[in-house]
Design a protein around this ligand. Structure first.
Ligand code: PMP
Length: 352
């Protein structure tokens, strides 16, 4: 007897990057921030009264949403918070797409979109990237669909669209929703959040996992017109009343209020991104310019899989794929100068 539903048997789930415990690695595989979160986060955790955990957290995370609204220059009613931006993105499918409706995105983009679409019975219109790995916005515009997922900067390529291109696209498809996944935007700096006041069809999704160094806390948010935000709340309240726990609400409030710290650590990552890219180019890799905290490096003398395995032996973890269009490439998270130094040294040895 198989007790699994047809859906549970048939679906191909997303595979998260590995978090191995067998030894200590230099972890450059899941785009975590190499720097700790704001010192204010540590203060909040130290002062946190465990007695308050007896109570449920605020179901709509209203204190945190107010802090995010202040930081983003919008109102609290324009902000929705979830358990990681993955959950916010997941809820966006049933909120904005009918079963049997169509969502459009690129062939090479955050691979969770395809899993969410399958899970919620949404069809997909997949548009190949151009030869230089950039989005083919003209082809996307012509797609017969109810809306778009635009990962900016894109993953795993790192390529960023300038704000003007995002605005032109959003304006040109104004009866369709555009969900801009800005998980890595703080490493580029042209967020579309200000455009959400002008365009009712734009939802911007962000996370505390990357530029705020809080991947372990699980919190992400969306900014958009009140009507879009209310759709996300309706779906949340069909699924989990309290997606953001009390510790996460307190920690993320402190983090979002420390803009200086976020900008300082992002600046360190960006400086290292430039240096690491130059080193990789010098080793013969093709590396598109990245607006994110990772580099997409490929077409060297060895395949992505071979390089991944050799680096793992040497104690350095990176991400690779079996998929044919990606098999030449590695995705390497930008680490600290020391970590990147070790990576380059090991790569030199392996490629010799
Ligand atoms: N969007 C993109 C493009 C990502 O790479 C990730 C991280 N895997 C996420 C969203 C989700 O991040 P989180 O759930 O940690 O907020």
């Amino acid at each position: 007897m198989n007790f699994l539903s047809r859906r549970a048997r048939a679906i191909a789930p997303y595979t998260a990057g590995e978090q191995p415990a067998d030894r200590k690695y230099i972890k450059l595989n899941t785009n975590e921030n190499p720097y700790p979160p704001s010192p204010r986060v540590q203060e909040v955790l130290r002062a946190f009264d465990a007695g308050t955990l007896r109570l449920y957290p605020r179901p709509d995370a209203d204190g945190l949403r107010a802090a995010i609204a202040r930081a983003e220059g919008v109102e609290e009613k324009n902000v929705f918070c979830g358990n990681g931006s993955d959950e916010v993105l997941a809820l966006s499918f049933p909120a904005f797409f009918d079963e049997g409706g169509t969502a459009c995105f690129a062939d090479l983009t955050y691979s969770f979109y395809e899993v969410f679409a399958a899970f919620f019975g949404v069809k997909t219109h997949i548009v190949p990237l151009k030869a230089d790995f950039s989005f083919d916005l003209a082809a996307m515009k012509n797609a017969d669909c109810a809306g778009y997922y635009l990962c900016n900067p894109n993953a795993p390529t790192g390529i960023a669209l300038p704000l003007s291109a995002v605005e032109n696209f959003v304006a040109s498809v104004k009866d369709r929703i555009v969900i801009a996944d800005e998980a890595y935007m703080d490493f580029f700096g042209e967020s579309a959040v200000p455009l959400t006041k002008k365009y009712k069809n734009l939802l911007v999704v962000k996370t505390f996992s990357k530029s705020y160094s809080l991947a372990g806390i699980r919190c992400g948010y969306a900014v958009g017109d009140e009507a879009l935000i209310s759709g996300l709340f309706r779906m949340k309240d069909c699924f989990n009343s309290y997606p953001v726990d009390a510790v996460a609400q307190a920690v993320c409030t402190a983090a979002v209020e420390d803009r200086d710290y976020r900008e300082q650590t992002a600046a360190l990552v960006k400086a290292e991104r430039t240096r690491l890219r130059e080193e990789l180019l010098a080793l013969g890799f093709t590396v598109p310019p990245s607006g994110a905290n990772f580099l997409f490096a490929g077409r060297a003398k060895k395949s992505g899989g071979e390089l991944y395995r050799a680096l793992k032996e040497e104690g350095v973890l990176v991400r690779y794929w079996e998929k044919p269009i990606l098999s030449d490439f590695l995705r390497i998270t930008v680490g600290t100068p020391e970590q990147n130094g070790v990576l380059i040294e090991k790569l030199k040895k392996i490629l010799q």
